[in-house]
Design a protein around this ligand. Structure first.
Ligand code: CTP
Length: 225
């Protein structure tokens, strides 16, 4: 194995609040990240940190890891990930951070009436969230950290090869684990397939299998890079 002394796994969706009761998020369950963390914990004796967003309850706490940390928003996720990065770390970003957040969170519940300027609707103004992997890459370069391997996931509805490779370059990371998602594909409990890419192209295909087995094989792969 590479000489990683710490493994960080992120998991699940982040939430961006519109008001005290409503948020923007996505359909990630946290299952893949959970099983990756759980598999690392069974296989290696290094520090393991599991950082999760709003996963299903059963994917919120991984047994036998050093720390389970809950976060809510994408900015919180970025800040916690950066605070945990040290030399000789493997970061597996299985989380599905919300890419946009409302420009402001209303202090009180937004009411249906009083929506001036719209026709029986509500106009939302969103701003872009930071990209956690890009922020981590900048942090590593800015602080001269060494041996920090970053692995991302690319959930795509089309052009997986092209998008996966573009994300490796844009985020400055070592590997992308790609899969197709859509309504009833790739999220939640059902079987899926993944393709692992590096900057040169496809390095491994896994599945279709249940996510537990996919996670197990991803971990085997990462322990041998
Ligand atoms: N990611 C991240 N920070 C974000 C969004 C995504 O670090 N704000 C990470 C994810 O955890 C994943 C990888 O980047 O490992 C790719 O995520 P994905 O949602 O597929 O891509 P995006 O970069 O958000 O691009 P797009 O939504 O335009 O496809």
């Amino acid at each position: 194995m590479n000489s990683f002394r710490k493994i960080i796994i992120t998991s699940g969706p982040t939430r961006e609040w519109l008001d005290p009761v409503r948020y923007i998020s996505n359909a990630s369950s946290g299952k893949m990240g959970y099983h990756i963390a759980e598999s690392f914990a069974r296989k290696v004796d290094v520090e393991i940190v599991y950082i999760h967003g709003n996963t299903l309850e059963k994917y919120a706490n991984v047994p036998n890891v050093t720390k389970n940390i809950a976060v809510d928003t994408t900015i919180q996720l970025r800040d916690v990930v950066i605070s945990e990065i040290t030399n000789d770390t493997l970061l597996v970003m299985a989380a599905a951070p919300a890419d946009f957040r409302p420009i402001m969170t209303a202090k009180h519940k937004i009411k249906k009436e009083n929506q001036e300027g719209t026709k029986n609707g509500l106009l939302l103004e969103l701003e872009e969230n930071p990209d956690v992997l890009v922020s981590v890459t900048d942090h590593i370069l800015g602080n001269n950290l060494h041996n920090v391997m970053r692995v991302g996931f690319a959930a795509e509805t089309q052009d997986l090869d092209k998008n996966a490779k573009a994300k490796i370059l844009k985020k400055g990371i070592g590997y992308i684990i790609g899969n197709y998602v859509g309504h009833n594909i790739g999220f939640g409990e059902i079987d899926s397939s993944v393709i692992i890419y590096n900057a040169d192209g496809i390095v491994k295909k896994i599945g279709p299998f249940p996510k537990e087995l996919i996670a197990e094989q991803i971990v085997e792969f990462l322990l041998n890079i």
